[in-house]
Design a protein around this ligand. Structure first.
Ligand SMILES: *Cc1c(COP(=O)(O)O)cnc(C)c1O
Length: 466
């Protein structure tokens, strides 16, 4: 043994150091000891190569820093300055305050989730929202599952899981991000896909032929949310399909995707078919998401005919796809906001952000510009630019919302400087996520509501030189 090895402090010595004691107090004996042992192993390597060794306090400080670094949340809040309001990779909808409060209450306490407070008997978790959903959609009955993908899977499995035929237009065989492809979902659900029509044109007679020639369990209409076919096109509307379905005594299922509950034209957005309209058109079941345009937590709704919803609820798969008390609480609070459409844009962040006018956003950019310039320093050139925000999560993919933001370029330097700045922004206490376009980092301010905290966060950046 050489002198170097003897100079390495013992685990106990490091634990007794000032930082060692702080680490033990904050992270416990087991974690702290584990870290110190790992550091001492590294010190042995250093001693072998006759490098500089640390004292007990030095090792204690390293252990403390390492424990602190791993103690933060991995699921960190970020500034979404991508310009995409419902960004699937950034968690889609930001919830309303009332929804957050309701979810927190449900987390903190036991709740009457499957307990009927009137009778003292067992209740059903869907009971709390059923009446509210029916009121907002005009449907007879409703149930809730993990997400809309689950809703479609469960409906197909319940109505056609025994190899029953599901008729879909070739123009509606969608793929949603994350491997949700209609033909694959069909197969997983146990249904037999019956394609009708062509990619651009499907006629009533195509559906009729399938209904006449094949054993059909259901007709599925799918909202082509994330793409649009233009030009020489034809699709069969929900109303016509519902008559066909009724005459053949098979249910019509309409997968709406985003599923808005209000006419978005009121807030200057493109009109989307509402859930109420899909129900009124005669769909027997309608499926839609909770965290797209609806602005709530991740969830999938199935609304429609009572006898069909009852069959769905008897499917053992329902148990595997159900939602927990936190999300039900947040959903209830979100849905209740729709009872007062006049104040919806004020209270529901998704709609508030989508409805923000360019002028308001660009005023914010003008007010923030000097602070952003000061925080980034001389090495960066910041300009206010027009932006085109997107709704996101596949909703209205061709519609952009006029917006404003910053384009940041290196005052002198290369594309690599830009990558470094993007990385530095991601490394902030609250990471800032923008996008790189045309040699600049573009930060679209549509989703920025608290400019002050954004500036404060940037000031801690020490981004420095390009
Ligand atoms: C988004 C979407 C889905 C999937 O919904 P999730 O809630 O993301 O699971 C299914 N169908 C359509 C038409 C959609 O737009």
């Amino acid at each position: 043994m050489n002198a170097g090895f003897r100079a390495i402090p013992s685990v106990d010595a490091v634990l007794r150091s000032c930082s060692g004691q702080t680490a033990t107090a904050r992270f416990g004996h087991a974690q702290t000891t584990g870290r110190i042992r790992a550091l001492i192993n590294v010190e042995r390597e250093t001693a072998r190569s006759a490098g500089m060794l640390r004292d007990a306090e030095g090792l204690g400080a390293l252990a403390l820093a390492a424990l602190e670094a791993q103690s933060g949340h991995a699921l960190r809040p970020v500034f979404n300055l991508t310009g995409t309001v419902l960004h699937t990779n950034l968690g889609r909808a930001v919830l309303a305050d009332t929804a957050i409060d309701a979810a927190m209450d449900a987390m903190r306490d036991a709740v009457a989730l499957e307990f009927d407070l009137d009778t003292g008997k067992r209740g059903e978790r869907d009971d709390h929202l059923r009446a509210l959903i029916c009121e907002l959609t005009g449907a007879e009955d409703a149930t809730i599952v993990n997400n809309n993908a689950a809703a479609v899977l469960l409906v197909l499995n319940t109505l056609a899981g025994d190899g029953g035929g599901a008729v879909v237009s070739r123009g509606e065989l969608i793929e949603i991000g994350g491997a949700f492809r209609m033909p694959d979902i069909m197969r997983q659900a146990g249904a037999r896909l019956i394609e009708v029509g062509t990619t651009n044109r499907t006629h009533e007679k195509d559906y009729k032929a399938a209904l006449d020639d094949e054993a059909v369990a259901l007709i599925l209409k799918v909202h082509t949310s994330n793409y649009r076919i233009e030009g020489f096109t034809k699709e069969v509307g929900g109303q016509v399909l519902s008559v066909l379905a009724r005459n053949s005594d098979v249910p019509l299922v309409n997968d709406l995707g985003s599923g808005t509950l209000v006419d978005l034209a009121r807030w200057g957005l493109r009109r989307e078919p509402t859930v109420r309209e899909a129900v009124a058109e005669g769909a027997d079941l309608v499926t839609f998401s909770g965290d797209k345009l609806l602005g709530g937590p991740q969830a999938g709704f199935i609304v429609g005919r009572k006898d069909l919803i009852e069959r769905i609820n008897r499917n053992p798969m329902k148990r595997a796809l159900r939602v927990d008390k936190m999300r039900l609480a947040a959903l209830e609070a979100t849905l209740k906001l729709y009872r007062d459409p006049d104040r919806l844009a004020e209270r529901l962040p998704t709609l508030r952000l989508l409805a923000r006018q360019r002028d308001e956003i660009s005023d914010m950019a003008i007010a923030l510009l000097p602070h952003v310039e000061a925080a980034l320093g001389e090495a960066w050139h910041v300009a206010i630019v027009d932006c085109e925000s997107q709704i996101g999560s596949g909703a209205l993919p061709l519609d952009t919302l006029p917006s404003a933001g910053f384009a940041i370029r290196a005052a002198s330097g290369s594309g690599q400087a830009l990558e470094r700045l993007a990385a530095a922004l991601r490394g902030l206490a609250k990471p800032v996520i923008g996008r790189i376009a045309e040699g600049a980092i573009v930060l679209d301010l549509r989703c920025l509501e608290d400019g002050e905290s954004f500036v404060r966060n940037l000031q801690g950046a020490h981004i420095g030189l390009a």
